[in-house]
Every structure is written in C-alpha cells, then in structure tokens.
Ligand binder design. Structure first.
Ligand SMILES: C[S@@+](CC[C@H](N)C(=O)[O-])C[C@H]1O[C@@H](n2cnc3c(N)ncnc32)[C@H](O)[C@@H]1O
Length: 222
C-alpha cells in the first residue's frame, strides 16, 4: 500500500492525515474483523457492470469490496482510504482473491491530499463522515479526476440506516439535486446521466431488515 501518490518510496514521512479522523475510522474498523458486507455496492454494480474495463478511482474504499469487484472485471483501480486498518484488510482480501496486482491501495486524508491521475470511473460510495468533512470540496476534486469520456458516480445515504451507531440527529442529508449542484459542473462539458433517490432493501450488521434511501448522482465528462 502506498501512503500517498506524491511520495518517493524511500520517504518515511508519516502520511498527511488528520490524526483524530484516522483514529476514529481505525477504531471503527477495529471493532470487528469485518464491518461491511463484503459485497460490492449495488449502484456501482448497476453502473459499472455494462461498462468496458478501464481505470477506476474508489474514494473511501473501506474494506475494498468495490475495488476488488472492479478488479475482478479487469479494471485497474486506485483505492483510497484514510484508515490504515481498512486498507490493510482490503489489501489482504485483494491478495486472497488474486486481484492485488490490479489495485493500487493508497492512504490519503482526502481533505488534505488527493490521488494523481485521470480515471474512466471515479466512485464515491457513502463517502460520508460524522466528523467535520468538506464533502463538497472532495466531490469537486473527484469530478476533476474524471478523464474525458469518463464518469463520476456518487452514492450517499439519503437518510441514516436505523442501525447506525452514530448520532446523525443534527445532520441534514443533501438531496441528489443538491449534491449535483455542489459539483458546480460546466454544463457544456458534462452530461447528467442520473440524479435520483432510490429505495433499497438492506440487512444490518445484526440481521435487521430495512428499506434504505440512497441518493445517486452519475455524471459523464464529454
Ligand atoms: C461509510 S464508509 C464507506 C466505505 C465504502 N465506500 C463502502 O461503501 O463500504 C466511509 C469511508 O470513508 C473513509 N473516509 C472518511 N473520511 C475520509 C477522509 N478524510 N479521507 C479518506 N477516506 C475517508 C472511511 O475510512 C470509510 O472507510
């Protein structure tokens, strides 16, 4: 795993991450051997399934299920997270699944550093945080990382899953229209492919069932 895109291999500087945020996410991942389902996110599967393999950037990749799924379909993936615990877990699973050579895991605090490159698909799946997180800035950086002809897919909770352990009572989740507006895209250079809220049946960590609202924004750079 590389600590940062702009770092020489023999440079031992610690990564440029907010220590409190890194600790928060490492502690969350440290609570169990596996936090998420291990399955790729369904909207990513819907969107990327019909696409030819190319280059992808997975922002906030967590335990790597999306990156591993993409790599299994031949995509070359850069997968980024702030949590070293999550990245180590994702890299181990990619190795076990035989796709490690296709995934470049990089540790970034996306508020401070952003991976280099231009990608056919940039995916931000539930890149949401109960901590201070300038998501609009990060999502604009995500749009800038899309190659000509490529797509940005943003999927976010439209409301919190009932099993969430965090207090989101003070949070108002942006609508998909607000998320699109926040990207501030040049209408001459982008096509809007999807802006919608989708109900999805889901199972919580203790087997609870609920219908979750996902907000989906998919845009394509001309
Ligand atoms: C809700 S999880 C979603 C994980 C994964 N995308 C998924 O759908 O399973 C949010 C992820 O964003 C990461 N994250 C939060 N703040 C971040 C930051 N500032 N820079 C990079 N990653 C961050 C967390 O470590 C976590 O893995």
């Amino acid at each position: 795993m590389r600590e940062s895109a702009d770092r020489a291999p023999d440079d031992v500087r610690p990564p440029d991450v907010d220590a409190e945020a890194a600790r928060f996410w490492d502690e969350l991942y440290g609570q169990r051997d596996q936090i998420w389902s291990g399955r790729p996110n369904p909207h990513l599967v819907d969107v990327a399934g019909p696409l030819p393999a190319g280059t992808a950037l997975d922002l906030g990749c967590g335990e790597g299920a999306d990156a591993i799924w993409l790599a299994g379909r031949g995509w070359r993936v850069t997968a980024v997270d702030i949590s070293a615990t999550a990245l180590d877990r994702a890299a181990a699973r990619a190795d076990a699944d035989g796709v490690a050579a296709l995934i470049d895991f990089q540790r970034h605090d996306l508020i401070r550093t952003f991976p280099d490159g231009a990608f056919d698909l940039v995916s931000a799946q539930f890149l949401q945080s109960p901590l201070d997180f300038p998501r609009e800035d990060v999502l604009r950086a995500a749009a800038r990382a899309v190659a000509p002809g490529g797509r940005l897919l943003v999927v976010e909770h439209g409301e919190m899953p009932p099993w969430s352990r965090h207090d989101h009572s003070h949070v108002r989740f942006p609508t998909p229209e607000e998320t699109l507006a926040g990207l501030d895209l040049d209408a001459d250079r982008w096509d809007i492919e999807r802006v919608d809220g989708v109900q999805r049946p889901a199972t919580g960590p203790d087997g609870q069932h609920a219908a979750l609202l996902d907000n989906v924004v998919l845009v394509r750079r001309r």
